[in-house]
Ligand binder design. Structure first.
Ligand SMILES: Nc1ncnc2c1ncn2[C@@H]1O[C@H](COP(=O)(O)OP(=O)(O)OP(=O)(O)O)[C@@H](O)[C@H]1O
Length: 294
């Protein structure tokens, strides 16, 4: 395991034969300068709150995410992870620094982004198929093509038989799978995921991790995922960004060299345990209050 402060851009690990479908986004040819998929430089975010006055949530954050990479971010509760994801999604404005998604401001990249949050937030009066189709209406996609794609996606996540079920007829894991199909409907090249499996039981979470790895390998998407679980981050990621307590800074980037595809046995490997131990050690340094990470 190579734990280090990464300075060079890291190419994604081999994902087992998948051909990134989003190569087309960079179709200018090998000699053209391709901007990183996500580039954050010197980013800070200050909130104003009645109770605390000025709150420095993020402080001088810099990192890049390359095309097709799977990057996870871990950090103590309140360190600014969700704030960072919302800035990348163009939902929240940053205060200082630069943020670019494929070389442009996040607000210009909306149709390339798919968002998944901790709660599936499905509309209870719409079926699984209708929930999956929501972005088609919002983005004005061709209804027939969108419906065909929705069925493909539901098949991919094992929900095809539940296309006409309502959210309250599904388990938590099934609802979250539906929220993933909704996020994928418009074929975004980048998935931003905020603790997507945090509310699930351990077994369902393992299954969802395997499923997400498969989706990533088959689709070639770039994934940026927040988690409180250090083992989950190590299991999924090409690189793990470790954040400090508030104000959130990136204290270390850890490249995960474990071969793909990973399965549950991967978690028994010494290199996996070493990476988890290393990250846990980062949170224990200096006798500070133990952060809420698993
Ligand atoms: N709209 C807001 N106004 C004021 N302060 C905010 C606002 N949103 C977030 N904060 C503060 O910014 C800090 C970072 O919040 P954020 O939700 O990004 O952290 P987090 O790392 O995602 O937390 P958790 O892991 O608990 O979900 C916190 O101290 C929070 O109280």
């Amino acid at each position: 395991m190579n734990a280090r402060q990464a300075t060079a851009r890291t190419a994604p690990d081999a994902r087992g034969g998948a051909i990134p479908t989003h190569a087309r986004d960079n179709a200018a040819g090998p000699s053209a300068a391709v901007p990183p998929t996500i580039e954050v430089r010197g980013l800070s975010k200050t909130y104003r709150s009645k109770r605390e006055g000025t709150v420095l949530a993020l402080d001088d954050i810099s990192f890049t995410v390359e095309e097709g990479e799977f990057v996870c971010i871990v950090g103590p509760s309140g360190c600014g992870k969700s704030t960072l994801l919302k800035i990348l999604a163009g939902i929240v404005a940053h205060s200082v620094g630069t943020v670019a998604v494929r070389g442009k401001p996040p607000s210009d990249a909306q149709n390339r982004l798919g968002l998944v949050f901790q709660a599936p937030v499905l509309l209870p009066w719409r079926t699984v198929l209708q929930n999956t189709l929501l972005p088609a209406q919002v983005l004005g996609l061709d209804p027939k093509a969108a419906e065909a794609r929705a069925h493909d996606l539901l098949r991919m996540v094992g929900l095809e038989q539940f296309a006409s079920s309502y959210p309250n007829e599904l388990s938590g894991g099934m609802q979250q799978r539906c929220s993933i199909t909704r996020a994928l409907l418009h074929d975004p090249s980048i998935l931003l995921m905020d603790e997507p499996f945090g509310a699930l039981d351990a077994m369902t979470r393992d299954t969802m991790n395997l499923e997400l790895q498969r989706i990533w390998r088959e689709s070639g998407k770039t994934i940026f995922l927040i988690t409180h679980s250090i083992p989950e981050a190590v299991f999924l990621a090409d690189r793990v960004l470790v954040m400090s307590a508030r104000p959130g800074r990136i204290v270390e980037e850890i490249k995960v060299d474990l071969p793909r595809p990973r399965d549950l046995d991967t978690m028994s490997e010494p290199a996996f345990a070493e990476a988890v131990r290393h990250i846990r050690g980062l949170f224990g340094i200096g006798g500070k209050e133990r952060p809420h990470v698993d």
